[in-house]
Design a protein around this ligand. Structure first.
Ligand code: ATP
Length: 247
């Protein structure tokens, strides 16, 4: 039997007196793409930030052999846990190549050079623009660079916070193709998205988050077919109303 890669058990996160994440539990198996979908303010970013170590949580999170509550952020990174944050947080006054180099700071110079070529093969656009300053890239290119920089660290689990935010549909399609390719490369993904349709298409399993709690979970295809999810997140209200009238 395969060992669970990430196991989040009864985790809660508060900002002062306000509980933004309430008693959530989630598992990710090696090689899985798992998505958390939910409206603005549901608590998705808060959960990712707490798993990464940016915010403290109550409860228990196991990542491979490590209990995360005992690890600092750097130790979580060293264990193979990476977050691409919603606002990408690139080094905007540095080149594409230098951003990648910094992403591979933990690997030896020789391995970093190999890793950089691997990233360029995955994102040819970044190779073309390797001497350009990160701050002058388009939104889609910045997202690719943020993902590429994290991939330089050879993650076991890559957490992506709203990778499609603000991007044109064609670029969103490219980004989601790359997310699918990560699974083929053996990298697990925890994907937070408001673009539920695209997320459910690429994911193996999904959790639906509302007001800090998971209200639904299951295979991505089951969640995509759930009438409540369709109405709330997939914009199928009219179709459903039409079906109900017809039946
Ligand atoms: P979005 O997609 O809009 O980013 P989200 O599901 O990621 O939404 P969070 O950003 O995690 O949601 O926010 C969850 C709740 O916590 C919201 O009610 C938000 O207002 C609150 N919150 C987030 N950050 C803080 C903070 N620094 N201080 C106080 N409350 C916060």
């Amino acid at each position: 039997m395969r060992k669970t890669l990430l196991s989040v058990n009864n985790v809660s996160v508060s900002y002062g007196n306000v509980e933004a994440v309430r008693d959530v539990s989630l598992d990710i198996e090696p090689g899985e793409i798992v998505t958390i979908i939910g409206a603005n303010g549901a608590g998705k970013t808060t959960l990712l930030n707490s798993i990464m170590g940016i915010l403290p949580f109550r409860g228990q999170v196991q990542f491979g052999a490590n209990s995360l509550e005992r690890l600092e952020i750097e130790q979580r990174v060293a264990a193979g846990l990476f977050l691409v944050p919603e606002h990408r947080e690139l080094f905007t006054t540095m080149t594409v190549a230098d951003n990648l180099v910094l992403g591979g700071f933990q690997t030896s110079r020789a391995n970093a050079a190999v890793a950089q070529e691997r990233i360029y093969a995955m994102f040819p656009r970044l190779k073309e623009r390797r001497s350009q300053l990160a701050g002058t890239l388009s939104g889609g290119e910045q997202q690719m660079l943020a993902m590429g920089r994290a991939l330089m660290g050879e993650p076991k689990l890559l957490m992506l916070d709203e990778p499609s935010l603000g991007l044109a549909p064609r670029i969103v399609a490219d980004i989601f193709t790359i997310i699918g390719d990560l699974r083929k490369a053996g990298i697990s993904v925890l994907l937070v998205e408001q673009n539920a349709q695209a997320a459910l298409r690429v994911a193996d399993r999904a959790y639906v988050m509302e007001l800090g709690s998971f209200v639904l979970s299951g295979s991505a295809s089951k969640i995509a077919g759930d009438s409540r999810v369709m109405a709330s997140y997939l914009g199928f209200e009219q179709d459903m109303a039409h079906q109900e009238t017809a039946s």
